[in-house]
Design a protein around this ligand. Structure first.
Ligand SMILES: [Zn+2]
Length: 253
């Protein structure tokens, strides 16, 4: 299983991080994990984690919630971070019009600057898009050379098709196991085999039957099972294609 989006620097892992990561390392069903950053500090922590843990890789970037606090010179710092070993993407970056923790114009500016950086560095991007589908799509399509994934995809089938046509990947997590999540559950059925990714977004979004508890990468098995059910495919097939897709997108051998 390949977890394309996790947050092992989150404080909810502080009390037992090393033991948990040892257990995940020892789990032969886990192939790889991409840790997504939310700010400069988390980018530094996740580069250090990836250097110590064989299955872990890092994405560096400023989350839209933190856009207002990006600080001067953040692009130079990210550019420097990107040269570290096992940094495979810029992320997570994007727009969040649900919480609006940073003013929207600042979110858009920080997002755009990071898209330009990713283009310059030829790195894929990990997009966070919450209730900002139109602006997110317009932004990424301004850079046709860019490739990447919309994580925790929550848009319509129409939005999905625009992105799929332009080569983007879509990623799904525990939300597809929630009964009230009709939209992502139906969109997950139309994504072609070669564009599908899975993620936990841990410690958040534990799948049913663990909803409400702290999440970790081993719970991907519930997401794989639900995708297999929705798409009429075997769990083994889902596991194979999502692992191949993650390795292809993030350039992992
Ligand atoms: Zn995330």
């Amino acid at each position: 299983m390949f977890d394309s989006h996790a947050h092992y620097d989150d404080e909810r892992f502080d009390e037992d991080r090393e033991g948990l990561l040892d257990a995940i390392d020892a789990d032969d069903s886990m192939t790889g994990i991409i840790n997504a950053s939310v700010d400069i500090t988390s980018s530094e922590k996740l580069i250090a984690l990836a250097a110590l843990r064989k299955k872990h890789y890092a994405a560096v970037g400023i989350h839209p919630h933190e856009a207002e606090h990006a600080g001067s010179g953040y692009i130079e710092k990210l550019r420097e971070f990107a040269s570290a070993e096992k940094v495979v993407a810029i992320g997570e970056i994007g727009l969040d019009y649900h919480y609006d923790f940073s003013p929207r114009d600042i979110q858009r500016g920080v997002f755009e600057e990071q898209l330009i950086l990713a283009k310059e560095l030829s790195l894929p991007v990990i997009i966070h898009d919450r209730e900002a589908h139109q602006d997110c799509i317009e932004a990424v399509l301004r850079y046709p050379e860019l490739k990447g994934v919309f994580h925790s995809f929550s848009g319509s089938a129409e939005t999905a098709n625009i992105l799929l046509k332009r080569g983007w990947y879509l990623s799904f997590n525990g939300i597809i196991t929630f009964k009230n999540a009709a939209k992502p559950r139906s969109v997950a059925q139309i994504v072609p085999d070669d564009r599908l990714l899975i993620e936990t977004d841990c410690p958040y979004l534990s799948p049913v039957p663990l909803r409400g508890r702290r999440n970790d990468s081993r719970n991907l098995r519930y997401i794989e099972a639900e995708l297999a059910n929705l798409r009429g495919q075997t769990i083994e097939h889902i596991e194979k294609i999502t692992t191949e897709n993650a390795k292809r997108l993030f350039g992992i051998k």
